[in-house]
Structure formats: C-alpha cells, structure tokens
Design a protein around this ligand. Structure first.
Ligand SMILES: *[C@@H]1O[C@H](CO)[C@@H](O)[C@H](O)[C@H]1NC(C)=O
Ligand SMILES: *[C@@H]1O[C@H](CO)[C@@H](O)[C@H](O)[C@H]1NC(C)=O
Ligand SMILES: *[C@@H]1O[C@H](CO)[C@@H](O)[C@H](O)[C@H]1NC(C)=O
Ligand SMILES: *[C@@H]1O[C@H](CO)[C@@H](O)[C@H](O)[C@H]1NC(C)=O
Ligand SMILES: *[C@@H]1O[C@H](CO)[C@@H](O)[C@H](O)[C@H]1NC(C)=O
Length: 570
C-alpha cells in the first residue's frame, strides 16, 4: 500500500501522470441538455429553465414553474423591437462545481455561469455585432402570482394589478389615469441605477433579484436613471428588468460597441422572497467584485486612481461628483456609454479614489454635488489619464477653475444638477404629474425667500420670477452681467421667454427632449446649462430688478426641472 506521502515523494523524483482520467474527475452537477435544434434545458439540482429560440420558460424551482404563462427570460435591444435569437449553446468552461453555458446569437453571446449549490446564475453578455443602439437589456417576465411585489432601493410594494389598468384611461406612454384622478405608470418604479443595491420581484414563497456589483458596464454618470421593474400593462407579467444600456430619461444616448465589450457578470438570484437574504447576498457580491473566477484577461486587468480637487479660490472641492469615462468625449458624462464608467464623490478635503478601474485611457469630469461647493457652476475636466494594471495612477492636486463669488448678485438653489431644496422635489424622486402641482406663478425675493419657495419644475403658462434689489452697480463703467440657468432636466413641449425688467434676454424652448418631467422625474433628467448675456445698463441700481421665466405655451407635464439660477457681473 502506498501512502500519500510516498506518492508525493515519488512525484518529486519522476514525472507521472497526475490527472485522473476524464470520467473520474469531479464533475459539476450543473447541466446543459439539448432537447432539439432550438431547445435546451440548463440548471442544476435545485432549479432549471428551458431555453427556446428567444425565450427561456418553465423556470422550475421547489416544484413550481415560476414563469407559467408569462414570457420568461430574454435579451433584447431598442425597446422590444429586437429580441435576440439563440442559434446554438455549448458549455465553454467548467470546474468541479460549475459550468459556463454560452448561448450564441448574431449580436453576441449570452452566458449563464451555473454553480451547483446556487439558486440562480451569474450572467454576462459579450458583444459581437450589436447594432448602434440606445436600449439594451436582459429581463425576466415572471408568473405574477408568485411575484406580486417589487423592490428597488427606493420603492417597495405591490405592483398595481392588471385589473386597475383595464379600468383606467391611457394618457400617454405607459401611463393611465384612474377614476379617482391618480395615475398608474411603470415609471413609478424607476431609480438612479448606479445607487441600486439590488432589485427584483418577490412574494411569500419566491424572490427573483438582480445584483449588479461594479456596474462599470452600464452607461451614464451618477444621475443615470432607469426603469427597474414593472407590471406588464398588456399581459400582467411581473417584469424584472436589467437595463444594461438605457435611455429612459435621456435625449440621445446611442452607442456603437467594440467586438468584445462585455456587460456583467451580474448575479441573477432566486430565493424564498426574503429581502434580508437578498441584501446580504448583495453585500457578499459587492465584496467579491471584480469576480476572481471570471476568466477574462481584459476584465481582470485593472488599476486604481486617486487625486485631490482644489478650487481655484483655495477651497477643497468638498463632496464633488467625480466621473471617469471616455477620453476627450464629444457628449456629456450622462450620455457616454460605449465603454466602461466609474463614479465616486470627493471627500470633505476634495480627495477621491476609485479602485478596480479597467486598464485604458480615460477622461475625468468633476462637478458640484451641492453642499459646501453649491455655488460652483463650472465643470473640471482632465484627459489622457492612463490606468495601468495593478498600479495606482495618482493625479495629485488638480486645480478647478471657478468663478469669482464676489461678482455674484444672487443664486437661487444649489448647483448640483438636481432639484435639491425646491418645493415638491421629494421625498420620492418619481411621481407622475407632480409638476402640475407647482404654482403657475412664483415670486422669489432675494434676501427674503427660502429655496423651498421656488418649485422643482415649471410647465404651465405663467411666470416664475426672481425679484432682487440692487444697492449699487459695480465700480467702473461696466454693468454687464451674465445669467446662468442650470436645468436639472428638460422635456420638450413648453416654451418660455427669459425677461430682465420686462425685456427679453433669451428663451427656454427647443432643446433635445430627455423625457424626464412627463415620466414623473422630480429630481433630475438630463442636465442643461444655459447662459444669457445681460447688457450694460439693463440692471438698475437703487431699484428692484426682476428676472422672469415666462411660459407662453405649455404642453401638459412637459417643461423643465430647475437646478440653480445665478446672476453675476462679468
Ligand atoms: C427540471 O426540474 C424539474 C422539477 O424539479 C424536474 O422534474 C426536471 O426533471 C428537471 N429537468 C431536467 C432536465 O433535469
Ligand atoms: C429573431 O427572429 C425573429 C423571427 O423569428 C425576428 O423577427 C427578429 O427580428 C429576430 N431578432 C433579431 C435581433 O434579429
Ligand atoms: C396576472 O396575469 C394574468 C394573465 O396571465 C391576468 O389575468 C391577471 O390579472 C394578472 N394578475 C395581476 C395581479 O395583475
Ligand atoms: C469703460 O468704457 C470704455 C468705452 O466704452 C471702455 O473702453 C473701457 O474699457 C471701459 N472700462 C471698463 C472698466 O469696463
Ligand atoms: C431661443 O434662443 C436661441 C438661442 O439664442 C435662438 O437661436 C432661438 O431662435 C430662440 N428661439 C425662440 C423661439 O425665440
């Protein structure tokens, strides 16, 4: 009889075949079974699902079919227009306790990484030939009896039953008005996607969740919003969305993707319906990100970045939003989406760091997130930032040029690209029609009014005005000024003139439509910065002056979200 020790000793001396024959090697209990040319079953001993050409149905768990009459799982782009068709499936990698199943479509490959002891699967998509697109998503449409409720980081409750839709009146895209005047809309279930810890649908016996740690493959910046879950308004399915590229609150966000661009892996997690279990699983996934098990050299190649942002007036850029994205971009940070994106906020001292950034060349943008630097209306940019594998890119101290606050005549609202502090902006960031509750006419008196006297949005015919006394004009002969209007969002339809002392100095009319105010967004949409010149002599000393935003034509629920309004001498 040979002992373990003697085998090891022998192995050190002479080379012997150490691998057991294939059939004796520990093999995963997870499986892929091909039924016919376009039907496969995947799963493990705990759950399984039947994948057809487009839809995966018969999600079996604890003896129950969790798809039932619903549509099931699929991958699609450009709304519901194009659902991917799977032409083949194969196990492309496996270990003693997992298999990696690849489903191939013309557009790319969808993977399910199935571990023997896990109810659910890690999923990812690798682009091959997706067209230029705005919306790209994976989703589950599940049995509505097993999954009556929905949960995001900001909303938890019963999904409105289909019967309520049947008796209500459709008033616009996926929005209905009930007999009592209230609204039903899928947009109630939107969220700032980068803030979401986990989301899904659940009931007393089952919960189906998406846990997306990292999120670097999702388009947009800190204020990127998306639809997360909803009741399908025609069929009644419980819908759990995974909007990995989306445009629901944006004007233009279409991207062409390189061959190999990878979304995920994320975890699709099935459980007994327990939110606390899903929450602890989400924490576990966060700690494990980036996933060491994912055999992809580009995914594993990451480095770190750090720096310190100081304003040109000497203050630290406390709490600034910091975004790492495309190098020399031609679009805003919200609209970037072809590659990988990283977000953070600077600390009190303006210091920031981001770990696990994919290697490459990036551009950085920073802007005020309110608080101590709520007066800052400029954006700080850096380009050609190299992130190298395993190393730390230290940008050291970056000086951010800001306007001279001594030249400021007034500021209404914090500069943070959100409606922070204005009436009705919260608490919940989505409510259909809330903009119609803003007064048609508001007069804000500088020095007397509070931020909360101004409303978060403007849509209806009337005037939002700012009245301000001026004791004196600046020294010298120039009394020219600049009016900066920062909008947190803009939905095409309503039109306003901008007047100073009853003289028109500009307008808020035709800009790209970011679909925010009429989809119930009350805090942000797509940020717009407008600047209007005020000629010398227009402002009067020793008198009350008035800036007026006068809506002369209105489309229901359409208008703009206010961020901040600043008047300063130039
Ligand atoms: C899928 O699960 C169901 C229910 O547990 C079981 O009856 C069926 O045999 C499983 N399918 C496969 C291919 O293992
Ligand atoms: C998938 O096939 C269907 C026809 O079965 C077709 O209508 C659809 O456009 C195809 N999807 C894509 C992404 O090409
Ligand atoms: C669930 O879906 C069915 C159709 O399959 C529908 O008749 C029913 O009203 C839906 N239930 C809810 C709560 O919406
Ligand atoms: C004052 O006006 C004159 C003539 O328009 C101009 O040349 C000069 O630069 C102005 N001075 C200041 C301080 O703006
Ligand atoms: C609004 O202002 C822009 C920029 O000054 C101008 O090009 C446009 O013609 C104006 N539109 C209206 C309707 O006044």
């Amino acid at each position: 009889m040979v002992t373990v020790r003697s085998i090891l000793g022998l192995a050190a001396l002479v080379p012997i075949a150490v691998a057991a024959p294939l059939e004796e090697r520990a093999k995963s209990k997870s499986f892929l079974k091909q039924i016919d040319g376009s039907t496969w079953v995947i799963g493990n001993e705990l759950w399984n699902v039947t994948q057809g050409q487009q839809y995966a149905t018969k999600l079996m768990y604890k003896g129950k079919d969790l798809v039932g009459d619903a549509v099931g799982h699929y991958v699609s782009y450009n709304g519901a227009a194009s659902d991917l068709n799977w032409t083949s499936a194969a196990i492309v990698d496996s270990g003693s306790n997992y298999i990696n199943v690849k489903f191939t479509a013309v557009g790319g490959d969808f993977h399910w990484v199935i571990y023997d002891d896990l109810v659910g699967a890690y999923q990812y998509f690798v682009n091959r030939a997706l067209p230029v697109l705005g919306e790209f998503r994976t989703l589950w449409r599940l049995d509505n009896q097993s999954f009556p409720n929905g949960r995001t980081n900001i909303k938890d409750g019963v999904l409105p039953p289909l019967s309520e839709y049947a008796s209500a009146t459709n008033v616009q895209d996926e929005t209905w008005q009930k007999a009592d005047g209230t609204f039903l809309t899928k947009y109630d279930w939107s969220a700032f996607i980068k803030d979401v810890d986990f989301h899904g649908v659940y009931g007393e016996e089952f919960g189906s969740w998406y846990i997306n740690p990292g999120k670097d493959y999702i388009n947009g910046n800190h204020l990127k919003q998306e639809l997360m879950i909803h009741r399908e308004s025609k069929t009644g399915d419980a819908v759990q969305l995974n909007m990995i590229h989306g445009t629901h609150y944006q004007a233009v966000s279409r991207d062409a993707f390189a061959d190999g661009k990878t979304w995920g892996p994320w975890l699709w997690y099935l459980n007994s319906g327990s939110q606390s279990d899903a929450a602890s699983r989400a924490k576990q996934e966060d700690r494990a990100w980036p996933y060491k098990w994912f055999k992809d050299a580009a995914y594993q190649s990451r480095g770190k970045i750090q720096g310190k942002l100081v304003l040109s007036d000497g203050r630290p850029a406390a709490g600034a939003a910091v975004f790492l994205g495309d190098n020399n971009p031609s679009v805003s940070s919200l609209d970037q989406g072809r590659d990988y994106y990283y977000i953070t906020y600077a600390d009190e001292n303006g210091k920031f760091s981001i770990r696990d950034v994919r290697t490459g060349t990036y551009g950085l943008e920073a802007w005020s997130n309110g608080g101590k630097i709520a007066d800052v209306s400029t954006l700080h940019r850096e380009s050609e930032i190299q992130i190298r594998k395993g190393s730390n890119t230290n940008l050291k101290t970056l000086t951010w040029k800001v306007a001279d606050v001594k030249k400021r005549i007034f500021q209404v609202g914090e500069f943070d690209r959100k409606t922070t502090g204005f009436a009705l902006s919260g608490p919940h960031p989505y409510e259909h029609g809330r903009i119609a509750n803003c007064p048609t006419d508001i007069t804000y008196r500088v020095g007397e009014s509070d931020t909360s006297d101004w409303c978060f949005g403007q849509s209806e015919v009337g005037s939002h005005s700012i009245v301000f006394p001026l004791d004196s004009l600046p020294a010298g002969n120039s009394s020219a000024a600049k009016l900066t209007v920062s909008l947190a969002g803009f939905s095409q339809g309503s039109k306003a003139d901008v007047l100073l002392n009853n003289v028109k100095i500009g307008n808020i009319t035709d800009m790209p439509n970011s679909q925010d105010t009429y989809r119930g967004a009350t805090q942000a949409g797509e940020w717009r910065l407008l600047e209007f010149a005020v000629g010398a002599g227009a402002l009067k000393a020793k008198e009350e002056n008035k800036i007026e935003f006068k809506v002369y034509s209105s489309a229901q629920w359409r208008g703009w979200l206010w961020d901040s309004i600043i008047l300063e001498w130039v």
